[in-house]
Write a protein that binds this ligand. Structure first.
Ligand SMILES: O=C(O)CCC(=O)C(=O)O
Ligand SMILES: [Fe+2]
Length: 290
């Protein structure tokens, strides 16, 4: 199963209308096509809303070279605040996308958790996906793609990420070294754009909670010189106040816990406090037995 190996898969029967996906890509282009002054009002230092942040790269203060991308991120609290505070160029489609995707996220988690012997209820769903955020990424055309990266190697921090990409391509996932039963070990494979599909990938929180049964996916994005690219991820994760740890069912089966209990807010601070460096983020929670 892809969740135990690659950590990435694509879905076509996701229940999110295909014309909504088209509208989302248009909305992303509309937002980023605005003059810089219009977008800059959402820079984190000045944003009128604590839910909305516009920026470039991942941790610009720490990076030696910035990633070739801009993004807008929109945190979900409730419908009313989203419709009031998210940028008007994209608020309606982004909210509809989030809401229609969440039933798919729930179904996926029912299956993934079910495999670990855990039955999902509303409280558990809320523990795993209490924090939700829709981002829009914009990768401008780049005169010399060999000299830049769109997004550096990383895994996502949370539980599941749902990603809409357009037809340009350039998203790569690394086939983990530990995987014995599939070819291309350690190689980067492209996640090809499939019309109407959504990409799903596993984040660090789900790796920790499953005691490593589900692997967060290391991925990166290359730039292109021909056309700008947009992508629209939904990040779901535990809330910062949530404590996360390997499930007792998984630990019992494996005979030991591979990760310690962490407060997710501490995990986030470490994640956002360092530049992208593959799956190094997980070391924060890893237990190293002598
Ligand atoms: O643009 C993409 O396809 C992926 C972006 C990504 O990995 C991220 O925003 O975490
Ligand atoms: Fe990512």
């Amino acid at each position: 199963m892809a969740a135990e190996t690659l950590g990435f898969f694509q879905l076509v029967n996701h229940g999110v209308p295909v014309d909504l996906l088209e509208s989302l890509k248009d909305a992303a282009h509309d937002f980023f096509a605005q003059p810089s002054e219009k977008k800059a009002v959402y820079r984190k230092e000045v944003s009128p809303s604590p839910l909305v942040k516009y920026g470039t790269s991942f941790v610009p203060e720490k990076e030696k070279a910035l990633e070739w991308k801009d993004y807008i991120s929109m945190v979900y609290t409730n419908d009313a605040e989203a419709l009031q505070q998210w940028p008007k160029e994209c608020r309606e489609v982004a909210l509809e996308y989030l809401k229609t995707s969440m039933s798919m996220v729930r179904r996926l988690l029912e299956i993934l958790m079910g495999n670990l012997g855990v039955e999902l209820d509303d409280t558990k769903i809320d523990g795993l996906t209490g924090m939700k955020m829709v981002n829009m990424n914009f990768y401008p055309t780049c005169p010399d793609p060999d000299l830049t990266v769109g997004v550096g190697r990383h895994s996502d921090m949370g539980t599941l990420t749902i990603l809409l990409q357009d037809g340009i391509g350039g998203l790569y996932v690394k086939v983990a070294e530990e995987i014995a039963n599939i070819g291309k070990k350690g190689e980067w494979v492209e996640i090809p754009p499939v019309p109407g599909a959504l990409v799903v990938n596993i984040g660090d929180a789900l790796q920790i909670i499953s005691n490593g049964k589900y692997k967060s996916a290391e991925h990166r994005v290359r730039t292109t010189s021909t056309k700008s690219r947009v992508s629209v991820p939904i990040f779901t994760s535990p809330r910062p106040s949530e404590k996360i740890a390997p499930l007792p069912q998984a630990v019992e089966k494996d005979g030991m816990a591979c990760y310690r209990e962490v407060i997710f807010g501490d995990y986030m601070r470490n994640f956002f406090g360092n530049v992208h460096d593959g799956k190094k983020s997980l070391e924060f929670a890893q237990i190293n037995y002598p």
